[in-house]
Design a protein around this ligand. Sequence first.
Ligand SMILES: Cc1cc2nc3c(=O)[nH]c(=O)nc-3n(C[C@H](O)[C@H](O)[C@H](O)COP(=O)(O)OP(=O)(O)OC[C@H]3O[C@@H](n4cnc5c(N)ncnc54)[C@H](O)[C@@H]3O)c2cc1C
Length: 434
Amino acid sequence: MDILVIGSGPTGLTVGATLARRGHRVTAVDRDRGPRAAGDWRRRGVMQFAHAHNFRPQVSWLLQAQWPEAFGAWCSLGPEPVDLGPLGLDAGPVVVHSRRVTYERALRTAAADVPGLTLRVGHVDRLVEAGGRVVGAVVDGTRHEADLTVDASGRASRLDGSLATLGGDCGMAYVDRCFRLRPGVEPGPVTNLIGWFGRFDGYQALLFPQETGHFSVVLIRPTADAALKQLRHESAFEAACRAIPALSEWTDPRRARPESGVLVGGALRNVYRSQRMLPGLVAVGDAVSTTTPTAGRGVAMVSMQIGALLTLLDAGADPTTVAEPFGGWCDQYIAPWVADHIATDDAAVERWQGAELDLTRPLTSAAIHAAGDIDPRIHAYVGPFMAMAALPQSLEPAEPWARAVYETGWRPASSEGPSRDELVAVVEGALAAA
Ligand SMILES: Cc1cc2nc3c(=O)[nH]c(=O)nc-3n(C[C@H](O)[C@H](O)[C@H](O)COP(=O)(O)OP(=O)(O)OC[C@H]3O[C@@H](n4cnc5c(N)ncnc54)[C@H](O)[C@@H]3O)c2cc1C
């Protein structure tokens, strides 16, 4: 079968390689040329490419099972597989700590050696429909015929004309910066095996350790908080890092040096799109679901989708109409994660802006999780949810226990560091001094 994949990001390359490994003739088209042998790799149209990433185990599991050469290429670029047993995950060694550029470089390298997979540079202008089905696409003004067209064009996907069935802008904005530890320096504090997480009155901070001493610091605020927008200035960002003890230890110039400027993230969105259900077309990856980086679930959801798509095809589903069963699977297993992000992120923004926890509404997964600090019965439900082995609704039995915790007046403690108002003063002081 001739397959056209639109996009050579994580989804396009992995779908393309795994379908080519099943004997199909696959062409993946992307406007990006791929990495040069040396120097920077900037990805047009993928604003998050240079931003902080970490990787949940699902990403490694898919590659280990379906495309081991890519997993090997990834590890060969520096990321060390870790055992998540201490988090209660019988996962085998998985890569969690990696820069996005390293992961995509590995996929690109491995893709070049997959027989039957052709990587083409070009812009897909539009889909071609005939007789009620998609029969390919127009690439740089020329028709490219295909039995199946895979829309892997990412979060800005507009090609198949489908509208978001769920979600939209999440009201959060962020800045981040990549650093690298100086040779021989030990990493700073972490709150779990994934990295460091800081909960503050009015904002949130994350730190993702990555391969070979790299790490990224992310500061997230309500989009409406104009004063904290100034964190995009290097002096302000550096002052904020100095004011938060855990980040200060990581980013102390004697221990680490910046590897990038302060990167300003674009609009953060939680969106779910249903399949358009046209024969000859299937959408996969961020073209289906996009979530904010607050839980680092994006590429895991991409990987879960690709695993499900391959399972359907291996079980005999007709590739040209696979969107129907695949769409049903996504409605059941992907949409709930987007809905969970919408509820959790909305509540976080409200909290950052000073709202009290509203106990007349169902508690979010994040609120249930936090209450596990007080009622340990909650842990049994939170573990599988956090590992994405159980859907968000699996937390429902623990909700009354968490509610009882909050009804006592207990609230999760803030991490050590400035409140939002104190951080604004830090930022203003830094800008005045600069
Ligand atoms: C700020 C931020 C931080 C994130 N952090 C994490 C994290 O820590 N962990 C995690 O797991 N996930 C994270 N994610 C999510 C993750 O980045 C996405 O899930 C991932 O990029 C999805 O891959 P994709 O291949 O579906 O889409 P993309 O990576 O967007 O790739 C789509 C490709 O299609 C190409 N394309 C689009 N349209 C056309 C066209 N018409 N013609 C030709 N080419 C086209 C684009 O150029 C691009 O190369 C984050 C997202 C954001 C926004």
